[in-house]
Design a protein around this ligand. Structure first.
Ligand code: A3P
Length: 294
């Protein structure tokens, strides 16, 4: 795929979920994807800390060996299952060729996950992040990642986000859907805000979930290597190795701020009030609770 072939295009739809045209084109491969029992699925709504948890898990799999984790870019170590762009990357094909145990990244809402993951009872880690920070992070990502349609001004983008008219659809449905599934399947449900507040506690949860036993010094190494400051300067995770026609870091770096509560620098008082009312309606009846800052 070359630059002239990557003009911004409107989202298409797959089973009612807005998504990039080139993913939709190859959706048959996603539906037919064969999970293996020892796959670990990393699932998130976009901009919720996917890259962060992916690097943590790869570090755990490699017993804290930093050099091993620099062997390749994160999108090759943890392939993005539904990713497909002509002559560029195809996630399912990457995964089919990959030896076990595989780490698999996805952003699909629960109803779009290939059935083989449920049939094989794969372990899964879901990371959820508060909606306001996700909306802000997504706004910058829309601008720098050319796969997206033009986000327009912030106010318009925020309306689209609330209406679920963004890639991968409604944040509300996504988090509620995965939260419900976590009651019946082997899903570790984590929050970005908890990871910010106490990364050691959360990394230890992951280690335990994966059935590993790592020495304290290895855990500390993992924490250092996966801190925002370290990841921001690490080309194997900061996406700078992606061609600029796909991701334009001069517009906004992929490793942007890495904090909780940045929404306060973007939401007006009126936007916040409107968002809160809509949020209440959408989350009514759910036991899911998010912290909007820490
Ligand atoms: P911001 O845009 O708010 O800075 P994803 O990997 O799901 O696309 O999520 C990207 C978001 O996670 C970005 O948020 C990015 O800065 C943040 N992030 C990435 N690595 C991080 C880390 N080690 N610690 C905290 N936040 C991180």
């Amino acid at each position: 795929m070359e630059e002239e072939h990557m003009p911004r295009r409107e989202l298409e739809s797959i089973h009612g979920i807005p998504l990039y045209w080139c993913f939709v084109e190859k959706w048959g491969q996603v539906e037919a994807f064969q999970a293996r029992p020892d796959d670990l699925l990393i699932s998130t709504y976009p901009k919720s800390g996917t890259t962060w948890i992916s690097e943590i898990v790869d570090m755990i799999y490699n017993d804290g060996d930093v050099e091993k984790c620099k062997r390749d870019a994160i999108f090759n170590r943890v392939p993005f299952m539904e990713m497909s762009a002509p002559n560029f990357i195809n996630g399912t094909e990457q995964l089919d060729k990959m030896p076990s145990p595989r780490l698999v990244k996805t952003h699909v809402p629960v109803q779009l996950l290939p059935v083989s993951f449920w049939e094989k009872d794969c372990k899964m880690i879901y990371v959820a992040r508060n909606a306001k920070d996700v909306a802000v992070s997504y706004y910058y990502f829309y601008q720098m990642a050319k796969l997206h349609p033009d986000p327009g001004p912030w106010n318009e983008f925020l309306e689209k986000f609330m209406a679920g008219n963004v890639a991968y659809g409604s944040w509300y449905d996504h988090v509620k859907g995965w939260w419900e599934k976590a009651k019946d399947y082997r899903i570790l449900f984590l929050y970005y805000e908890d990871m910010k507040e106490d990364p050691k506690r959360e990394v230890q949860k992951v280690i335990q979930f994966l059935g590993k036993d790592l020495k304290e010094e290895v855990v500390n190494k993992i924490l250092h290597h996966t801190s925002f400051q370290e990841m921001k300067k690490n080309p194997s995770v900061n996406y700078e190795t992606m061609p600029s026609w796909a991701l334009d870091h001069s517009i906004s770096p992929f490793m942007r701020k890495g904090i909780s509560g940045d929404w306060k620098n973007h939401f007006t008082v009126a936007q916040n009030e409107r968002f809160n009312r809509h949020y209440e309606e959408q989350m009514k009846g759910s036991a899911l609770r998010f912290r909007m800052e820490i």
